[in-house]
Write a protein that binds this ligand. Structure first.
Ligand code: ACO
Length: 329
C-alpha cells in the first residue's frame, strides 16, 4: 500500500518585508542578502500564532478535497515555533477546525520537519492505523528571530503549507522511498538556548537573548551543502533515477547556494528546481509544502511527475524523499 498527497494548500501572511526594510536599521544591504542567500523579501505575520497560518491553509486543503473537518483521522504539525510549549499545536488546530474525530501530535525536526512528518504520516496510512492525515508544516520564525542581529534577521520568514495524505488508489503514485538522518552532534551550531527544561525562562535568559535562534552560519552551511547534496544523490541512485527522470527537485529553502550545490550534484538544470526563497526566505517546516502547493497552483506540477524532496536543518536533521506526484490541479 502506498500513501499519497490528495490535496494541498498554503498560507503566507500578507505583509511583505523587502531587504530594504533591514537596511534602514542594520548594517546590511540588499546586495549582500541576495548574493549570500538568494533572498529578496519575506513575509512576517503581524498578529497571530503559527496555528493562525495553518487554519486558512487547512480549510482550503480540506475544501479542495471535499472533506469536512470531522473526516480527519489524524493531525500532525511539524514546527519549531508551536503556539505553546504545550499543548501541542495539533490540539489547537484540531479545536479551531472542529476536527472532532482526529487525534494528533507535533513533530520537531526544524527545517526537516515536513519530510520527517511526511514519512511518519505515510507509515500511519500505509499500516492502516489511520485513513488520512492532515499534515501541516508551519513556522512563525519571526517569533524567535533576533531582529537586532543581521546574521539571522534577514534569513527567515513566516508561512504554512498543509497536505492531506491518504491511501493511494494506484500504488504507482505516492511516497516511494526515503532516507532520513539525525546527528545530535550538530545541535550546538543551530539551536534555541533557553525556554526548555535545560534552561527555563528567567530574567537572565531574556536579558542574554537566549530565546532567539543561535546559529553558527558557516558551520551549518558546510554541513548542509554536503548533507543535502549527498542524500539527494543517494536517493536517486537507490531508486535508479537518472537526472532526466526527475521532474522536480523540491529543496528546503535555506540558502540558494545550498540549493544550487544540491541540484548540481544531482545533475539537474535550474529549471527543474522549485525555488521561492527569493520571495519568502526560510519558513523552516513550511518551505517544502509551500513550494509544492505554489507549483501545483501555477500548473507546473503534474500527475506522474517524479519528485525528490530534500532538506537540512537544526539537529542536525536531514533527508530526502522520492515520490511520484499523484494528482492534477
Ligand atoms: N549583512 C551584511 N553582512 C553580513 C550579514 C548581513 N545580513 N550577515 C553576516 N554578515 C557578515 C559577517 O559578519 C561576516 O563579516 P566578516 O567577514 O567581517 O566577519 C561576513 O558577512 C561573512 O559572514 P559569513 O557567516 O561567513 O557569511 P556566509 O557566506 O556563510 O553566509 C549564511 C551566512 C547566509 C547564514 C550562511 O552561512 C548559511 O546559509 N548558512 C546555513 C543556513 C542553514 O542552512 N540553516 C539550516 C536551516 S535553518 C533551521 O533549521 C531552523
Amino acid at each position: 500500500m502506498t500513501a499519497t498527497i490528495t490535496s494541498i494548500a498554503h498560507y503566507l501572511p500578507p505583509d511583505v518585508y523587502p531587504n530594504s526594510y533591514f537596511e534602514k536599521y542594520l548594517d546590511t544591504s540588499d546586495e549582500w542578502i541576495k548574493a549570500r542567500t538568494g533572498i529578496s523579501e519575506r513575509r512576517f505575520i503581524k498578529d497571530g500564532a503559527t496555528s493562525d497560518m495553518i487554519i486558512p491553509a487547512a480549510k482550503q486543503c480540506l475544501e479542495r478535497r471535499g472533506f469536512k473537518p470531522e473526516d480527519i483521522d489524524c493531525i500532525i504539525v511539524a514546527t519549531v515555533t508551536p503556539d505553546h510549549m504545550f499543548p501541542a499545536t495539533a490540539c489547537v488546530v484540531q479545536n479551531k477546525l472542529g476536527a472532532t474525530n482526529a487525534w494528533g501530535f507535533d513533530l520537531s525536526a526544524a527545517c526537516s520537519g515536513f519530510l520527517f512528518a511526511l514519512v511518519t504520516a505515510a507509515s500511519l496510512v500505509e499500516s492502516g492505523t489511520v485513513k488520512n492525515v492532515l499534515l501541516c508544516g508551519a513556522d512563525k520564525m519571526s517569533s524567535i528571530l533576533n531582529f537586532e542581529d543581521r546574521a539571522q534577521a534577514v534569513l527567515f520568514g513566516d508561512g504554512a503549507g498543509v497536505v492531506l495524505l491518504e491511501k493511494s488508489k494506484d500504488k504507482e503514485y505516492g511516497i516511494i522511498d526515503h532516507i532520513l538522518h539525525i546527528d545530535g552532534a550538530g545541535g550546538p551550531y543551530l539551536h534555541q538556548v533557553a525556554g526548555g527544561s535545560y534552561k527555563p525562562a528567567s530574567i537572565d535568559t531574556v536579558t542574554n537573548k537566549e530565546h532567539y535562534i543561535y546559529q553558527d552560519g558557516q558551520a551549518v552551511f558546510k554541513a548542509a551543502v554536503v548533507g543535502m547534496a549527498d542524500v539527494s544523490l543517494e536517493i536517486m541512485q537507490k531508486n535508479k533515477l537518472e537526472s532526466e527522470d526527475v521532474a522536480w527537485l523540491v529543496p528546503h529553502q535555506a540558502n540558494l547556494r545550498i540549493i544550487a550545490a544540491t541540484a548540481n550534484r544531482m545533475g539537474l538544470d535550474k529549471d527543474k528546481v522549485m525555488i521561492n526563497i527569493d520571495r519568502y526566505g526560510n519558513t523552516t517546516a513550511g518551505t517544502i509544502p509551500i513550494c509544492l502547493s505554489e507549483w501545483l497552483d501555477m500548473g507546473k506540477l503534474h500527475k506522474g511527475d517524479r519528485l525528490v524532496l530534500s532538506s537540512f536543518g537544526a539537529g542536525f536533521t536531514w533527508g530526502a524523499i522520492y515520490l511520484r506526484w499523484g494528482m492534477n490541479k
